[in-house]
Design a protein around this ligand. Sequence first.
Ligand code: IPM
Ligand code: MN
Length: 351
Amino acid sequence: MKKHKIAVIGGDGTGPEVVAEGLKVLAAASKKFGFEYETEMLDWGGERYMKTGKMMPDDGIEILKKFDVIYLGAVGHPKVKPGILEKGLLLKMRFELQQYINLRPVKLYPGVWTPIKDKGPEDIDYVVVRENNEGLYMGMGEFKNKGAKDEVAIQTSYNTRAGVERCIRYAFEFTRKRNKRKQLTLCGKTNVLTYAWDLWERTFYEVAKDFPDVKTDYAHVDATCMWMVKNPEWFDVIVTDNMFGDIITDLAAMTQGGMGIAAGGNINPEGVSMFEPIGGSAPKYTGKNVINPLAAICSLGMLLSNIGEEEAATAVEKAVMAATAGKIKSMSAGKMGMGTTEVGDYIASLI
Ligand code: IPM
Ligand code: MN
């Protein structure tokens, strides 16, 4: 039997705490379903950067390539200037490991409060496929006359046909496999961003020809935000670029009960993928045993599916559903009716 090799990066703030609960659930699932794994804990992140000036070893990416999958807590340290850890660690891993898909399920679990009146779990259940390697995130651009009165700052969205096509193709395949409403919505801004979204739109309808069983749909990003609140049940799968995907998935997370439950995966379908809660490191809650580990636990569920442990992945999903319908009172830090570690124990016991 194959032994899964899992790299674990707890990261900053509450990252290590939530990951620890995910690992409890992993241990329970391995016992129940009889698969084997080994973990290696990597101390990469803000603390290490503060101490040594390096957030990861120089050959960090090569190290990661030796694993089957990566489990990540959170990146972001209050004492490190914004952008340094994000670019030097998180985006570096996403880019250099070619995790070109950021998969973000938006699912309202039973018993979880949503700010959207009159909508329930049957209405809020869709998936955002976010392009994860290009767009505005490439960091392309320049200053002209920096600091002067006539300063200009240019930030470029870089989109390649190949990059856009592989993302869209993945989204179509995913929609087909998900087999729910079999509808894929392209979320863009074709009326204003007439270079990038022209390419996206053309590619979308060309690739669509290979998927006659999947219904296509288009919505501008602003309208998408509106429908996500007003009629979330209209969505099945949404595909979009890196920046729009970042923004709409925070809105989506709120509709599913908050960052405490929002999971995601950075996926390279041909390589090493990385699973993480979509929220930040929430440093103010560090060490208080109040942060909600469910997002990390749901990410662990996605990780299990990625390494082929489908039964275990389904069990994690079911355990989380039972827990939200059961004893867990709220998704908010400090209001769960139990501590971080108790939530982990509870889910593990339900596996
Ligand atoms: C996310 C985060 C990151 C992003 C930040 C931390 C760079 O907000 O995973 O959504 O913008 O992608
Ligand atoms: Mn984000």
